[in-house]
Design a binder for this molecule. Structure first.
Ligand SMILES: [Zn+2]
Length: 352
């Protein structure tokens, strides 16, 4: 799956890979008694990385959680594409970041309760083996429960994983969930997450991954998420990208200072809806992978998808949902029992 072409800069990283530097703190090492190793690694990372953040106060930050090249001011205004390519699509990982040792890192919330950068070395070992749990109790900064008829699944906001559940298996981790529009979650981030997940699943290789919500000033609602990924064993041949996904919803105006929103004027809605369709097609073509929605029930805001034609019901991430005609889809918050009582039976694939 080569959805992004390898650039010269990425090729330049190739020869740097020879001695693989395992500088990222391993999950288990973080727990305590290997403090010596961890401290040493962080010291290395600190020396090697020019950062704008104070490092002393957070001693276990892997170097891959940095990356210095992103400037939100340089991101073009949203103009109908769910994401913008940053820095020629070359991810900003350094030699110190390169590792095949799996890890995951989530920043603590800041003073305003907002998520920060998350990073991981994604491999098969990090991927989930269990059913996802509930995350509906978490209210990320800027959260509002609001519905629009024009939004897929109706809910404007999703609980949006910075590092997707399918990549690292993190569920109700407050440091990994932001308030994101349905559009950003599904059209912006999901195709990239699917590409990484499919690549790791198919090859068993590792992907360095960094995801950073971008806030302006004190705003509780992120303007978007900056995502970078780089496949380690094949030096970015399989996966290599650097993108900014816009936290917007076509047809809806959003106030990032409050999370409040309203339907845009009709003309704007029509224009945005038209371009949106093209974007979805473009994203699918780019990744040459299916855009199966692998969101969890709490993430998308509804629990089940009903097929009013077959009278079966599904979890939102079931493959059948993608194949269902829109006119047969009904989104439901009702309990399983209530849905069965109203004449529906559970799908045999997703077992809701
Ligand atoms: Zn199903």
């Amino acid at each position: 799956m080569r959805f992004i072409k390898t650039t010269a800069a990425v090729l330049a990283l190739l020869f740097l890979l020879a001695p693989l530097v395992g500088c990222a703190a391993d999950k288990t090492e973080n727990k305590g008694d290997t403090a010596e190793v961890t401290t040493e690694n962080v010291a290395e990372a600190t020396l090697a990385t020019e950062t704008e953040t104070e490092v002393e106060t957070e001693p276990e930050i892997p170097s891959a959680a940095y990356g210095t090249g992103f400037d939100y001011a340089a991101v073009p205004e949203y103009s109908g594409e769910p994401y913008a390519v940053i820095d020629g699509n070359v991810p900003d990982f350094s030699r110190e970041d390169v590792t095949v040792e799996e890890f995951e890192y989530y920043s603590e919330l800041d003073g305003l309760g907002r998520c920060g950068v998350c990073a991981a070395c994604v491999g098969r070992g990090l991927m989930p083996t269990e059913e996802r749990g509930q995350i509906g109790q978490i209210k990320p900064s800027g959260w509002q429960t609001v519905k629009y008829d024009s939004v897929d699944g109706n809910y404007l906001y999703n609980r949006c994983h910075l590092i997707a559940y399918q990549l690292a298996g993190e569920n109700a981790n407050v440091n990994n969930l932001i308030t994101g529009t349905r559009y950003m979650n599904k059209e912006g981030m999901l195709p990239f997450e699917n590409a990484v997940a499919d690549y790791v699943r198919e090859t068993g290789n590792h992907v360095l991954y960094r995801s950073r919500p971008i806030f302006v000033g004190d705003e509780p609602l992120a303007r978007g998420v900056h995502i970078e990924a780089y496949s380690v064993e094949d030096s970015g041949e399989g996966v290599s990208f650097n993108v900014f996904c816009y936290n917007v919803q076509p047809g809806i105006e959003i106030d990032y200072a409050t999370g409040e929103s309203r339907q845009a004027e009709h003309t704007a809605t029509d224009g945005a809806a038209a371009t949106e369709t093209e974007d979805v097609a473009a994203a699918s073509a780019n990744t040459s992978s299916q855009t199966t929605d692998r969101s969890g029930p709490d993430e998308v805001g509804y629990k089940y998808v009903l097929n009013t034609n077959t009278k079966k019901f599904h979890y939102p991430y079931c493959d059948s949902v993608n194949q269902m005609a829109d006119k047969n889809k009904e989104y439901s918050d009702s309990s399983r029992e209530e849905i069965i009582a109203s004449g529906y039976s559970p799908c045999k694939n997703c077992n809701p």
